[in-house]
Design a binder for this molecule. Structure first.
Ligand SMILES: *Cc1c(COP(=O)(O)O)cnc(C)c1O
Length: 374
């Protein structure tokens, strides 16, 4: 029987977050059941994808939605829609757009790499990034100067990868762009709020199905009906290699329903319990410093930040590497390693894994301190 173990691909204890690189999310029973039901019968795919899009849009307070393989494909779809529209010759021509009005205006602090550069997703959709401002300051006048006859859209990236300070907030971007007749696209891949960006006036918004929503590797683009229809036109062009299957489509609907009906308070309480388990378990470990911290992107998430005290005799990078190679491997949040901190995310941990993570970190710190003692 096929399994991770049979393939020699070890399952990972995830203290990092819902990351595409770790398989996105693990699926709740009702989501797995939806996937399995979809696998039992043939269906008219065009019909299924339209109905699934309508259902997700209704749940999220948007006019319509388009299902994709992920937020990255969602960015490609949004750009293709605004650059090429549904003109059949232009749909076929992508990614080589040779006509005017294909600049995608992006604030400098939003030009992120989420595992691939967002700039490349824009090019794949036929767009050309026009960066405005600097990573630490974007004057509104710089944005407005870029909203000329070449601008097909503004792309706003709402993410912990993006620079938070010095960039214009979405409200101001929408006001300026709409005054110039330019649509606003939002990459909200990992965001928890499925209604906020449409409510703030964004014309299209891309989400990952496998991040906050807890669904399978997938995604959707929400927004204005006519723009969603333009995304759909590219299913017979650039989006063909990014098509979603019937099992994933049904599971994504089930995951979105479950996500929006979840008991938020109970879920946060469970996260806080696991966070406290991590904090209590690691407090007093010689060489480590701990801090409970809020999410850097402002989401309602708290994590345990872990650093190494100066003179501890080992580095944080060594600890991360030892955890990565442990059996089972433990993945931690390490994008701020250079600043001297990693973080443990309680959300993807099973309750029983809290003690495993604590025990392993204690053992590795003891080993590193012993191994490097004079
Ligand atoms: C994760 C991420 C993506 C890619 O999402 P997928 O669903 O894996 O395609 C795009 N943009 C941002 C900001 C992300 O965080």
């Amino acid at each position: 029987m096929a399994s991770y173990e049979a393939l020699g691909a070890s399952p990972v204890i995830n203290a990092s977050g819902r990351m595409t690189a770790l398989g996105g999310s693990v699926l709740a029973p009702e989501v797995r059941e939806a996937m399995s039901r979809a696998a039992e019968a043939y269906v008219d795919m065009d019909d299924l994808l339209r109905q699934a899009g309508a259902r997700i849009a209704a749940l999220c307070g948007a006019e319509d939605a388009f299902l994709t393989t992920g937020a990255a494909a969602g960015v490609v779809a949004m750009v293709a829609a605004v650059v090429a529209g549904d003109d059949p010759a232009r749909v076929r021509a992508l990614p080589d757009a040779t006509w005017p009005r294909r600049d995608i205006v992006v604030q400098a602090g939003h030009l992120v790499d989420f595992g691939a550069p967002i700039e490349q997703m824009v090019r794949l959709g036929g767009g050309r990034v026009r960066a405005v401002g600097a990573v630490n300051a974007v004057p509104r006048s710089a944005l407005e100067a870029a909203l000329d006859g070449e601008a097909a859209a503004v792309l706003y990236v709402q993410s912990h990868h993006a620079v938070g300070r010095g960039q214009l907030p979405l409200e101001e971007v929408v006001a300026s762009a709409h005054a110039a007749g330019v649509p606003v696209l939002v990459d909200a891949a990992a965001e928890e709020d499925l209604t906020r960006y449409v409510r703030l006036g964004a014309d299209l918004v891309a989400y990952s199905g496998g991040k906050a929503i807890g669904g399978p590797s997938s995604g959707f683009v929400l927004g204005r009906r006519h723009l969603v229809a333009l995304c759909r036109a590219h299913e017979h062009g650039i989006l063909r290699p990014m098509k979603i299957g019937k099992e994933t489509a049904l599971a994504l609907v089930a995951a979105t329903e479950r996500y929006l009906l979840r008991d938020d308070a109970a879920e946060h309480l469970a996260w806080e319990e696991r966070l406290e388990g991590l904090r209590a378990g690691l407090s007093g470990v010689d060489g480590l410093r701990l801090a409970v911290e809020a999410d850097e992107a402002g989401r309602a998430i708290r994590r345990l930040a872990v650093g190494v005290e100066p003179g501890a005799g080992f580095t944080l990078a060594q600890l991360v590497e030892r955890l990565r190679r442990a059996s089972p491997p433990i993945a931690v949040r390490s994008h701020r390693l250079a600043e001297g901190w990693i973080a443990l995310d309680p959300r993807p941990l099973r309750p029983s894994e809290v003690d495993v993570v604590v025990g392993r970190i204690r053992a590795e710190v003891a080993y590193l301190r012993g191994a490097t003692a004079p």
